[in-house]
Design a protein around this ligand. Structure first.
Ligand code: ZN
Ligand code: ZN
Length: 144
Protein backbone atom coordinates (compact mmCIF):
# COMPACT_ATOMS: atom_id res chain seq x y z
CA UNK A 1 0.00 0.00 0.00
CA UNK A 2 2.34 2.68 -1.10
CA UNK A 3 1.31 5.91 -2.66
CA UNK A 4 3.76 7.80 -4.82
CA UNK A 5 2.68 11.05 -3.23
CA UNK A 6 3.57 10.02 0.32
CA UNK A 7 7.14 8.87 0.65
CA UNK A 8 7.97 6.39 3.39
CA UNK A 9 11.09 8.40 4.01
CA UNK A 10 13.37 11.01 2.54
CA UNK A 11 17.04 11.67 2.94
CA UNK A 12 19.91 13.85 1.91
CA UNK A 13 23.64 14.29 2.15
CA UNK A 14 25.25 16.68 4.59
CA UNK A 15 25.08 19.74 2.34
CA UNK A 16 21.71 18.94 0.76
CA UNK A 17 22.83 18.69 -2.85
CA UNK A 18 21.84 15.03 -3.00
CA UNK A 19 18.27 14.24 -2.00
CA UNK A 20 16.12 11.18 -2.36
CA UNK A 21 12.74 9.79 -1.46
CA UNK A 22 11.60 6.22 -1.06
CA UNK A 23 8.14 4.76 -1.31
CA UNK A 24 9.06 1.98 1.11
CA UNK A 25 11.03 1.54 4.29
CA UNK A 26 14.24 -0.45 3.99
CA UNK A 27 13.73 -4.21 4.04
CA UNK A 28 16.62 -4.65 6.45
CA UNK A 29 19.70 -2.89 7.75
CA UNK A 30 23.25 -4.12 7.37
CA UNK A 31 26.32 -2.76 9.12
CA UNK A 32 29.43 -3.20 7.03
CA UNK A 33 32.82 -3.19 8.72
CA UNK A 34 34.92 -3.52 5.58
CA UNK A 35 37.97 -1.37 5.12
CA UNK A 36 36.36 0.75 2.43
CA UNK A 37 33.35 1.59 4.59
CA UNK A 38 35.57 2.45 7.52
CA UNK A 39 37.79 4.73 5.49
CA UNK A 40 34.89 6.41 3.75
CA UNK A 41 32.95 7.11 6.91
CA UNK A 42 35.81 7.66 9.32
CA UNK A 43 33.85 5.42 11.66
CA UNK A 44 34.12 1.75 12.67
CA UNK A 45 31.37 0.78 10.24
CA UNK A 46 28.75 2.06 7.84
CA UNK A 47 25.13 0.97 8.12
CA UNK A 48 23.08 0.58 4.96
CA UNK A 49 19.35 0.14 4.51
CA UNK A 50 18.42 -2.06 1.58
CA UNK A 51 15.75 -0.75 -0.77
CA UNK A 52 14.31 -2.03 -4.03
CA UNK A 53 15.75 0.28 -6.68
CA UNK A 54 12.24 0.86 -7.96
CA UNK A 55 11.25 2.39 -4.61
CA UNK A 56 13.97 4.97 -4.57
CA UNK A 57 13.98 8.25 -6.46
CA UNK A 58 16.81 10.75 -6.43
CA UNK A 59 15.15 14.13 -6.50
CA UNK A 60 18.34 16.14 -6.77
CA UNK A 61 20.31 17.11 -9.81
CA UNK A 62 21.81 13.84 -11.14
CA UNK A 63 25.20 15.49 -11.54
CA UNK A 64 25.35 16.01 -7.76
CA UNK A 65 26.18 12.34 -7.32
CA UNK A 66 29.67 11.05 -7.91
CA UNK A 67 30.13 7.33 -8.51
CA UNK A 68 33.06 5.21 -7.40
CA UNK A 69 33.89 1.54 -7.46
CA UNK A 70 36.73 0.76 -5.10
CA UNK A 71 36.29 -2.97 -4.90
CA UNK A 72 35.00 -3.72 -8.36
CA UNK A 73 32.06 -5.66 -6.92
CA UNK A 74 29.97 -2.66 -5.96
CA UNK A 75 29.31 0.89 -7.06
CA UNK A 76 29.04 3.60 -4.45
CA UNK A 77 27.71 7.09 -4.77
CA UNK A 78 28.73 10.18 -2.87
CA UNK A 79 27.78 13.81 -2.91
CA UNK A 80 30.09 15.66 -5.24
CA UNK A 81 30.05 18.71 -2.96
CA UNK A 82 30.35 17.41 0.59
CA UNK A 83 31.51 13.85 -0.08
CA UNK A 84 28.89 12.18 2.11
CA UNK A 85 28.50 8.50 1.25
CA UNK A 86 24.97 7.96 -0.05
CA UNK A 87 24.60 4.53 -1.58
CA UNK A 88 26.22 1.24 -2.38
CA UNK A 89 24.93 -1.16 -4.96
CA UNK A 90 26.36 -4.61 -5.58
CA UNK A 91 26.81 -5.31 -9.26
CA UNK A 92 25.42 -8.80 -8.72
CA UNK A 93 22.22 -7.40 -7.18
CA UNK A 94 21.16 -4.61 -9.52
CA UNK A 95 17.59 -4.66 -8.21
CA UNK A 96 18.65 -3.64 -4.69
CA UNK A 97 20.36 -0.49 -3.50
CA UNK A 98 21.87 0.12 -0.09
CA UNK A 99 21.41 3.61 1.29
CA UNK A 100 23.50 4.93 4.18
CA UNK A 101 21.11 5.13 7.11
CA UNK A 102 22.92 8.21 8.34
CA UNK A 103 21.58 10.10 5.33
CA UNK A 104 17.96 9.29 6.15
CA UNK A 105 15.98 12.21 7.59
CA UNK A 106 14.74 10.71 10.82
CA UNK A 107 11.72 13.02 11.01
CA UNK A 108 10.56 11.83 7.62
CA UNK A 109 10.41 8.13 8.42
CA UNK A 110 6.86 6.82 8.38
CA UNK A 111 6.85 3.69 10.46
CA UNK A 112 9.45 1.73 12.36
CA UNK A 113 12.83 1.19 10.77
CA UNK A 114 13.98 -2.42 10.91
CA UNK A 115 16.76 -3.41 13.25
CA UNK A 116 20.27 -4.03 12.08
CA UNK A 117 20.18 -7.74 11.38
CA UNK A 118 23.42 -8.24 9.48
CA UNK A 119 26.98 -7.40 10.39
CA UNK A 120 29.24 -8.09 7.46
CA UNK A 121 33.01 -8.16 7.09
CA UNK A 122 33.26 -8.20 10.87
CA UNK A 123 35.80 -10.99 10.87
CA UNK A 124 36.84 -11.15 7.27
CA UNK A 125 40.56 -10.67 6.84
CA UNK A 126 40.97 -9.66 10.46
CA UNK A 127 39.46 -6.29 9.68
CA UNK A 128 36.71 -6.62 12.24
CA UNK A 129 38.87 -6.30 15.30
CA UNK A 130 37.74 -2.77 15.92
CA UNK A 131 34.33 -4.09 16.71
CA UNK A 132 35.38 -6.57 19.36
CA UNK A 133 37.83 -4.20 20.96
CA UNK A 134 35.61 -1.19 21.13
CA UNK A 135 32.34 -2.79 21.90
CA UNK A 136 32.08 -1.04 25.26
CA UNK A 137 31.92 2.27 23.43
CA UNK A 138 28.88 1.23 21.56
CA UNK A 139 25.95 1.63 23.92
CA UNK A 140 23.63 0.70 21.12
CA UNK A 141 23.16 -2.85 22.27
CA UNK A 142 19.62 -2.36 23.44
CA UNK A 143 18.77 0.26 20.88
CA UNK A 144 16.56 -0.33 17.92
ZN1 ZN B 1 26.38 17.06 -0.14
ZN1 ZN C 1 31.72 -2.14 3.49
Amino acid sequence: MTSPTSPALTGSCMCGHVKYTSTTLPTHLTSCYCKTCRRLSGAPFLTFGDFPVTALTFTSNPSSRMFTSYSGIAVRSHCRECGSPISMQYKCEPETIGITVGSIEEESVRGPLPRVTSHIFVEGGGEGRLKGGERGEEKGDGEG
